[in-house]
Design a protein around this ligand. Structure first.
Ligand SMILES: Cc1cc2nc3c(=O)[nH]c(=O)nc-3n(C[C@H](O)[C@H](O)[C@H](O)COP(=O)(O)OP(=O)(O)OC[C@H]3O[C@@H](n4cnc5c(N)ncnc54)[C@H](O)[C@@H]3O)c2cc1C
Length: 321
């Protein structure tokens, strides 16, 4: 059997096993661009949406036992999918795994629940601590993976205990410091093949007007400074030590820069945007142009915060100074 035949055989085997799982939706050879905030990229060989934790666990174990790669996504607001698409199985946890419940000052959130829902739910129960997350357009799973944060708060401030399935299909739990949170970093970045399923956030009781004021203030600051209606993945680059990426890009004359259908936002230089119809390759080219301009000006190598997903030739983010 040739490689292509073997791949087709493996895909058919996995599809046949996955279709036996209850509470799961499956599509084959389907475009995922419209599911991502960048609105770019190719097709997923197999796209699955689990609707319960049980179906998620079962499907992850089926894929792990096969030789197909597994890609997990939440709201897809921090990823760029290759134009060649995603091989193997892509498991989208948003919105299916969207359970949210409260017990005292703890919120138990499934990985696919959106951060805006978490912040609104917490506010309704007079629980403070996640106001910072209200305007971050991601899911709880993606936010833990990235240790998302804004306006002085981050997931590391509120996450207490996380349940996940590791690369060997075992259910595991981490508590407190075991999450190894850092700047846009968590334990899960280094745990190949692990999938976050649920987390417990520990919050503080607070006055409702105080919580709503904070959320409104954060929303206004975002609205004033960020291109919220653009196709982007938020801040394109990590904050380099001692600098702000947006200011460096602006100072290098790249604010509003455009090449083809992609470019740098003219509202916030830290955002790389798809003006409509851009390919992933066009978007990557903007990353390259921006990095070169900033390096030539200041000698600083900007590191992308956006994560690449799917089949790429080499590392498109490799930087040669
Ligand atoms: C307009 C805009 C504003 C933004 N503002 C902010 C901000 O203020 N602060 C900030 O930190 N970020 C910001 N972001 C980036 C992004 O929203 C966050 O990083 C968010 O937490 C990503 O969540 P997601 O569900 O979209 O993850 P995805 O983009 O789907 O995935 C991101 C990474 O997490 C992994 N992942 C996702 N879910 C799981 C899971 N359940 N288990 C294991 N791995 C998983 C994926 O494999 C991928 O590597 C912004 C983005 C946009 C578009």
């Amino acid at each position: 059997m040739g490689k292509e035949e073997m791949d087709a055989f493996a895909i058919n085997e996995v599809v046949s096993a996955l279709t036996k799982i209850e509470n799961l939706t499956l599509e084959r050879n389907v475009s995922v661009a419209h599911l991502t905030r960048f609105q770019a990229g190719g097709n997923a060989d197999i796209l699955v949406h689990p609707h319960t934790s049980e179906s998620a666990i079962e499907l992850i174990r089926v894929v792990q036992k096969s030789r197909l790669p597994l890609t997990v996504i939440g709201c897809a607001t921090n990823i760029l999918v290759s134009d060649r698409g995603i091989r193997g199985v892509t498991c989208r946890l948003f919105p299916g795994l969207g359970g949210l419940r409260r017990d005292g000052n703890s919120l138990f959130c499934q990985a696919g629940v959106s951060l805006s829902d978490v912040a609104a739910f917490a506010a309704r129960h007079s629980l403070g601590g996640v106001e910072f997350a209200g305007g971050i357009p991601g899911s709880v799973g993606g936010a833990i993976f990235m240790n998302a944060g804004a306006f002085g708060g981050s997931m590391s401030d509120v996450v207490h205990r996380t349940t996940f399935i590791d690369g060997d299909g075992c259910l595991r739990e981490v508590v407190g410091e075991e999450h190894d949170f850092g700047y846009r970093h968590s334990l899960f970045v280094g745990l190949e093949g692990s999938v976050i399923l649920e987390t417990e956030l520990r919050l503080e009781f607070a006055d409702l007007p105080f919580i709503y004021d904070k959320m409104a203030e954060n929303a206004y600051r975002r609205y004033k400074s960020q291109p919220l209606d653009a196709y982007s993945a938020g801040s394109a680059f990590r904050r380099p030590e001692g600098y702000f990426a947006g200011k460096l890009i602006s100072d290098a004359g790249m604010k509003g820069y455009r090449r083809g259908n992609a470019g740098v936002s003219s509202k916030h230089a830290g955002f790389i945007v798809n003006h409509g119809g851009a390919t992933a390759e066009e978007i990557v080219q903007i990353f390259r142009d921006v990095r070169t301009a900033v390096y030539d000006m200041e000698g600083v190598i900007l590191m992308p915060e956006v994560r690449l997903v799917g089949e790429w030739d080499d590392d498109p983010f490799a930087f040669e100074s």
